[in-house]
Design a protein around this ligand. Structure first.
Ligand code: ZN
Length: 108
């Protein structure tokens, strides 16, 4: 009778994407009040078009903030897939839902 080999992996964080977010001037903030409708989309599109024109002729005094947002996710070091943790109450440890490896606590 052979023992089943226990795979042990770690969760590693990797950046999988970067989103660039442009925050329009404060007076546009009213458009974010949950009005996710056709008119809102049109108004945002109009603003974006005007913003592009502003980039070409930047005499406007409006404050525009461009920031980036990284999409960082955990991956299993054994199977290399994006980590989905299964918690095993018997051994009180997290396992990778894909390959079953025990995920060591801690990591980066
Ligand atoms: Zn895995």
């Amino acid at each position: 009778m052979s023992e089943v080999e226990t795979k042990v992996g770690k969760a590693v964080k990797r950046t999988v994407g970067v989103t660039i977010i442009v925050e329009p001037p404060a007076h546009m903030a009213r458009y974010y009040g949950g009005r996710a409708n056709e008119r809102l989309h049109r108004e945002i599109e109009v603003w974006a078009k005007e913003f592009n024109e502003w980039l070409h002729d930047h005499r406007s005094q409006d404050t525009v903030i461009v920031r980036t947002e990284r999409d960082i996710r955990e991956f299993c070091t054994v199977c290399n897939r994006e980590l989905e943790r299964d918690h095993d109450d018997d051994d009180d440890r997290d396992h990778c839902a894909w390959c079953g490896a025990v995920i060591e606590k801690g990591g980066d």
